[in-house]
Write a protein that binds this ligand. Structure first.
Ligand SMILES: Nc1nc2c(c(=O)[nH]1)N[C@H]1C(S)=C(S)[C@@H](COP(=O)(O)O)O[C@H]1N2
Ligand SMILES: [Mo]
Length: 419
């Protein structure tokens, strides 16, 4: 087979920076970030408690979900930390990932495309690796911008995509470890970073390798390249992290979802879905609203009656799967008090349902720790005033360390179901 022209020719790729050392450094920096993003991704799935009720899109009996355990309620910022890491570390990894792909791009045009069965297997695994990485990053980033339009397909695709990607990554790291060890042994781990621009020479050319056959003059040193990547990562972090950690950085969180609805006064904090978009029937939140406790002793409360029960106030975060977090002061009735009043037998799980007519997350089933933590509230007020309609008036769920999406708004009923 004749070698096609252009990028298939060894002389086409001329950057003197490309070579096994550069790719080894980029890969070694990227790997820990990918492991953090992977681990926090699976932990987030655990936090949804997909083994209970309809808590997650994935089917608890048929889907492959090995890391399920009872998600704790303490510390209350656990889920905020988990998602903060998942989203922020993922975003920081983007420039490194792009640099890593740039460093190996000549291999995409290897000729002939397949020389041996071993090479066919290797290339297929690289397809899963690169395709998986691009897919996971693209779906994740789209998701943190506009979550709901992608809901159903996103969750399953991002979850199974993660398995494919991490399996391919595991194979890749196994195969490449000797290459990395050799590159660092020959060139030193950091020695090439001490070279200035005019000392920057290409790594030795090897057929089918990464270093160029016909290197051009350097326009950037290796430390310059890493500096550029690092600056890109830090810039992305600066315009994202504010949505997670708050403070002055929140104002420059340009990459965080903008244009979301906020309330006024004490209700002035992010709203993910308004009552209107959730389709809450306008009449259903007025004076006719009742909280139904569906238990051995069915009970029903008006909002006034709930306000006459013992009230408790806690500062708790809402931590969205999309990475934003907001800490507010919530007041309401303890879930444990409601369970006791309803005479719920021990071992029954609490299921909280919303007035919302449609949508995947209009109900949640809590594990025992979640329904019995003293800070778990059916909140009626926030920051000293009634909840706004968009924050879940007449009543909403607030549970420490629960994924934001499970803090159900516009609650209409609490049921006690068999575990
Ligand atoms: N019934 C209902 N509850 C809901 C939602 C929803 O769409 N419907 N959105 C959830 C999501 S994704 C989050 S992050 C939090 C956001 O709460 P907030 O809008 O008061 O900030 O509410 C949760 N509660
Ligand atoms: Mo959310």
């Amino acid at each position: 087979m004749k070698r096609p022209p252009g990028p298939f020719r060894p002389g086409f790729w001329r950057s003197p920076l490309r070579g096994p050392w550069l790719t080894s450094v980029l890969g070694s920096l990227l790997l820990p970030l990918l492991l953090i993003v992977g681990a926090t991704g699976f932990l987030s799935h655990t936090a949804y408690q997909p083994d209970l009720g309809h808590n997650a899109i994935l089917d608890p009996t048929h889907d492959f979900q090995p890391f399920i355990f009872s998600w704790p309620t303490s510390p209350s910022w656990l889920y905020a930390l988990n998602q903060g890491l998942h989203v922020n570390v993922g975003i920081v990894a983007v420039p490194l990932l792009l640099a890593k792909l740039w460093s190996v791009i000549p291999r995409l045009f290897a000729w002939p495309p397949v020389k041996s069965p071993a090479m066919a297997v290797e290339r297929a695994s690289l397809l899963l690796l690169v395709g998986g990485a691009l897919f996971e990053f693209a779906t994740g980033i789209l998701n943190i911008q506009v979550y709901y339009p992608w809901h159903f397909s996103f969750l399953q695709a991002h979850y199974y995509g993660a398995w494919v990607f991490l399996a391919a990554l595991f194979a890749h790291v196994t195969v490449k470890t000797p290459v990395i060890v050799r590159a660092f042994r020959e060139r030193g781990v950091t020695r090439p970073l001490r070279q200035r621009l005019r000392d920057t020479a290409a790594e030795p050319y090897e057929p089918d390798g990464l270093a160029p056959a016909d290197p051009a003059d350097p326009t950037l040193s290796r430390r310059g390249l890493l500096g550029l990547v690092g600056a890109g990562s830090l810039t992305l972090l600066a315009v994202t992290a504010g949505e997670t950690i708050g403070g002055p950085l929140r104002r420059v969180a340009l990459l965080a979802p903008r244009g979301r609805v906020f309330g006024t006064g004490p209700n002035d904090f992010q709203v993910n879905k308004t009552a209107r978009t959730a389709g809450i029937p306008p009449g259903s939140t007025g004076d006719s609203w009742r909280l139904a406790l569906d238990a051995p002793q069915p009970l029903s409360f008006t909002r006034e009656q709930l306000l006459r029960l013992p009230q408790h106030t806690y500062d708790l975060p809402i931590a969205c799967v999309e990475g934003w977090t907001t800490m507010q002061r919530w007041t309401g009735v303890r879930l444990a008090d409601l369970a006791e009043m309803a005479g719920a037998p021990p071992g029954m799980l609490m299921r909280v349902e919303s007035l919302q007519p449609r949508g995947a997350f209009r109900q949640v089933t809590l594990n025992h720790d979640q329904s019995h933590d003293p800070r778990s509230l059916l909140a009626l007020k926030v920051n000293g005033v009634d909840l706004s309609l968009d924050h879940g008036y007449p009543a909403r769920l607030i549970v420490p360390a629960l994924p934001g999406v499970h803090n159900t708004k516009w609650v209409k009923a609490i049921r006690f179901v068999e575990a």
